[in-house]
Design a protein around this ligand. Structure first.
Ligand code: URP
Ligand code: ZN
Ligand code: ZN
Ligand code: ZN
Length: 466
């Protein structure tokens, strides 16, 4: 039996902050005891990690990543190997990525393909959601089987007609099915049919620059789709999780529905909290680096998102990590913003940016852990194995130095992408050591993990329902 003790740190979970030593046995948390007490002093171990002056936090749970996603004629530039290594560098120890059903094919084929990409390559544990692009009688039956085998959430798109898009009837049917089988529908809420009209009209006017991506994908069309998704879920009697919420008007829709007592939940992402349409308007096509959907919004939306995170109208911050290199990938959209592959890199930056938000007074330290670790784990059936530090949990633990300063940059990051969305941003706080099931993936800022350590992690159904 291998034993590790982490001594002297401040253990921060979603519910507590305690000066405690943590005993790890065979990859799991075995016990916590107040530092300096006889109980803690009595522990012997093969390895002792000194966390004096540091935080001891659960590994991050990022429930929205797209490694190797095919999009717009190219593929997201991080593989499961490079992307999960970068995640570990940033203090994330679990990802839930999106397997994709292509139109005309089965869910099973899509899921098998994603298993093949990930198997044996990941540095940290991973699970899958399923993108349902083709709702039909067969797909609906397959949803039940997937829930039974641990793929308990399904993403649908009200955007991207002709690619991932589902119409309201398909959405309602999938929601009705999830109401029966316990699955959770995750909605990309933007009115894609209307947006495509505005795209066509903008291009006809010669408006080809990346900033027009933000103008045509209107906040009102995010809010409208959010409202429609909420009401369809209400009719179906199903819970709903709205992904990548960026518009204050969409937050208002979620807040109203929650006030009515509906089981609707919202996720936002660091890019909506820290970046804005100012970035999309950067000259010389630099704005392409910030093209994602839902799009970045004017700065005034940020305060509403932060408030939503404090008041629990928004519950989760995940990254929607979907990197495309500027050179050769984002550049596909020179002269036509609608051809810029959609997505931003960020899997490595989330824990640090949210720690900076603690220092900036947006959220508390415990709320940081709640929105980045505990709630995503609960929402997607991974708790308490993931998302907390408690006896029985997997020893996915980060030793976090809250005083170290860093400057975010593509020169120093580990994601396989040639730019940083946060280039030059100074933040205080940095990951020092990362354990995944007790094994050191990062040791005092050296990568000590290995591809294949990370394993597929089946999930139970949502544990967050009221
Ligand atoms: O722009 C984005 N978000 N790309 C990834 C696909 C999605 O819609 O989440
Ligand atoms: Zn097929
Ligand atoms: Zn989406
Ligand atoms: Zn996404």
């Amino acid at each position: 039996m291998s034993r590790t003790v982490i001594r002297g740190g401040l253990v921060v979970t979603a519910s507590d902050e305690t000066h405690a030593d943590v005993l790890i046995e065979d990859g799991r948390i075995a016990a916590l005891a107040a530092s300096g007490t006889p109980a803690a002093e009595a522990w012997t171990a093969d390895r002792v990690i000194d966390a004096t002056g540091k935080y001891v936090i659960p590994g991050g749970v990022d429930v929205h990543t797209h490694m190797e996603l095919p999009f717009g004629g190219t593929f997201a530039s991080d593989t499961f190997e490079t992307g999960t290594r970068a995640a570990a560098w940033g203090g994330t120890t679990t990802i839930v990525d999106f397997a994709v059903q292509s139109v005309g094919h089965s869910l099973r084929e899509g899921l098998d393909a994603w298993h093949a990409k990930a198997e044996g390559t990941c540095s940290i544990d991973y699970g899958f959601h399923m993108i349902v692009s083709d709702v039909n009688q067969e797909t609906l039956k397959e949803m039940d089987l997937l829930v039974e085998e641990g793929v308990t959430s399904f993403k649908q798109f009200m955007a991207y007609p002709g690619v991932f898009y589902s119409d309201d009837g398909q959405i309602l049917r999938a929601m009705q099915r999830s109401a029966e089988n316990g699955g959770l529908i995750m909605m990309h809420a933007e009115n894609g049919i209307a947006i495509d009209v505005l795209v066509e009209q903008a291009l006809a006017r010669g408006e080809t620059d990346p900033r027009y991506h933000g103008e045509v994908r209107k906040a009102l069309l995010e809010a409208e789709a959010t409202h429609r998704a909420i009401r369809l879920a209400q009719v179906a009697g199903a819970p709903l999780y709205v992904v990548h919420v960026s518009a204050m008007e969409a937050v208002a829709e979620l807040a109203r529905a929650r006030d009515e007592g509906l089981n609707v939940f919202g996720e936002t992402c660091p890019q909506y909290l820290f970046l804005s349409t100012d970035n999309l308007a950067e000259p010389d096509f630099e704005g392409a680096k910030y093209v994602c959907s839902t799009p970045l919004r004017p700065k005034e939306h940020q305060a509403v998102l932060w408030r939503g995170l404090r008041t629990n109208d928004l519950q989760v911050v995940s990254t929607d990590h979907c990197p495309f290199c500027f050179t050769g990938q984002k550049e596909l959209g020179r002269g036509d913003f609608s051809k810029i592959p959609n997505g931003l890199p960020g899997v490595e930056n989330r824990m640090d940016l949210l720690h900076q938000a603690v220092l900036d007074g947006h959220i508390s330290r415990r709320r940081w852990i709640e929105i980045a670790c505990a709630t995503p784990a609960r929402m997607f059936g991974l708790y308490p194995k993931k998302g907390t530090i408690a006896p029985g949990a997997d020893a996915d633990v980060v030793i976090y130095d809250p005083h170290a300063e860093q400057v975010m940059s593509a020169v120093t990051h580990h994601m396989n992408v040639d730019y940083s969305a946060y280039e030059g941003k100074r933040v205080t706080g940095r990951v020092e050591t990362v354990l995944s099931r007790g094994e050191a993936v990062i040791t005092e800022r050296e990568y000590t993990g290995r591809p294949g350590h990370g394993v597929y992690t089946p999930r139970s159904t949502c544990q967050y329902l009221s």
